[in-house]
Write a protein that binds this ligand. Structure first.
Ligand code: NDP
Ligand code: MG
Ligand code: MG
Length: 332
């Protein structure tokens, strides 16, 4: 079994007294900055003028330009959108990195696919939380955490692994479990997970179920509760105790339906498609397509985003959630 590290296994000395610059203050950025600060770390934030800049200031941070923050930093954590990182790296980060400091990421994409080539005189590591940034913050405040992977790409000081683990502990990840990975493994499994299961697989499954019911004449409200809302309740049971806990809690009829019908919906054909998706991630085809899509100004991304928003599940969901005040949207 892989070695999983917890708070008690991680020495934080390698980060003590050091300055961490968090570049970006979005989903991951605000969570890393606030969790590290609450863990006693000296944190500064690097940003351009704008919404995030104002928000980080309001939250009490010492906010600088990206270049000024990097110049001060012993650890520079890059939490900009992946597709925007190469340009900011070239213009504001690379030439300001202190020798023997550390350059860090929360996802291996740009380093693994050679969009960012770090200089030879810095440590390079990743700490990738396995969950959305808003939960990285919320769970930390609840004395819990989101698990994370760490990986070292380049170790010039001999301390890169210790610093990476201490960083993971600082954001609260070692309360849940921290595992070693490589940039390659993190990048490929992260892209596969979000495409095939967590985001792509799930939204397609939810929509297919919703459409099947509404096409057959059932009420959209019933289809929404059945195929989307209830998903969280089921997933919570899986999160707490695996598939077996979920199956323990559902009726025997539901469990029998799970056994006989689930494998008809997700079958060997689906797995063959998943393998195709994985292959295109591994051979760089997906990365190339996404990089080009961004260079072209995102024509397909925007078109699909607009048409997805018009799906009937959006309107019915907005209506029903308004009537459930306990359903909170954590995105502020
Ligand atoms: P977001 O899109 O939420 O945040 C982007 C931040 O970067 C904003 O604060 C934005 O500020 C700032 N920014 C954008 N462009 C620039 C620029 N040119 N100069 C300065 N600041 C800029 O990013 P995420 O948190 O989603 O992603 C960050 C990293 O974390 C990525 O590598 C991603 O793969 C990884 N990750 C993300 C997860 C998630 O939950 N979202 C999960 C695990 C890893 P402004 O307001 O000015 O636009
Ligand atoms: Mg992920
Ligand atoms: Mg990802």
């Amino acid at each position: 079994m892989a070695k999983v590290y917890y708070d008690k296994d991680i020495n934080t000395e390698s980060l003590q007294g050091k300055t961490v610059a968090i570049i970006g203050y979005g989903s991951q950025g605000h969570a890393h900055a606030q969790n590290l600060r609450d863990s006693g770390q000296n944190v500064i934030v690097g940003l351009r003028q704008g919404k995030s800049f104002d928000r980080a200031k309001e939250d009490g941070f010492d906010v600088r330009s990206v270049a000024e923050a990097v110049k001060e930093a012993d650890v520079t954590m890059v939490l900009l959108p992946d597709e925007g990182q190469p340009a900011v790296y070239e213009n504001e980060i690379r030439d300001n990195l202190k020798a023997n400091s550390a350059l860090a990421f929360a996802h291996g994409f740009n380093v693994h696919f050679n969009q960012i080539v770090p200089p030879e005189n810095v440590d390079v590591f990743l700490v990738a939380p396995k969950g959305p940034g808003h939960l990285v913050r919320r769970t930390y405040q609840e004395e819990a955490g989101v698990p994370a992977l760490y990986g070292v790409f380049q170790d010039v000081t001999g301390a890169a692994t210790d610093v990476a683990k201490a960083y993971a502990r600082g954001i609260g990840a070692a309360r849940a479990g921290v595992l070693e990975t490589s940039f390659q493994e993190e990048t490929e499994t992260d892209l596969f997970g979000e495409q095939a299961v967590l985001c792509g697989g799930l939204t397609s499954l939810v929509k297919a179920g919703f459409e099947t019911l509404t096409d057959a004449g059932y009420q959209p409200e019933v289809a929404y509760f059945e195929c989307l809302h209830e998903l969280k309740l089921i997933v919570d049971l899986m999160y707490e105790g695996g598939l077996e806990n979920m199956r323990y809690s559902i009726s025997d009829t539901a469990q029998w339906g799970d056994f006989v019908s689930g494998p008809r919906v997700i079958n060997d054909e689906t797995k063959a498609r998943m393998s195709e998706v994985l292959k295109e991630i591994q051979n760089g085809e997906f990365a190339k397509g996404w990089i080009l899509e961004n260079k072209a100004g995102r024509p397909q991304y925007n078109a699909i985003n607009n048409s997805e928003y018009k799906h009937p599940i959006t309107a019915v969901g907005q209506e029903l959630r308004e009537l459930m005040p306990f359903v909170q949207n954590p995105i502020r």
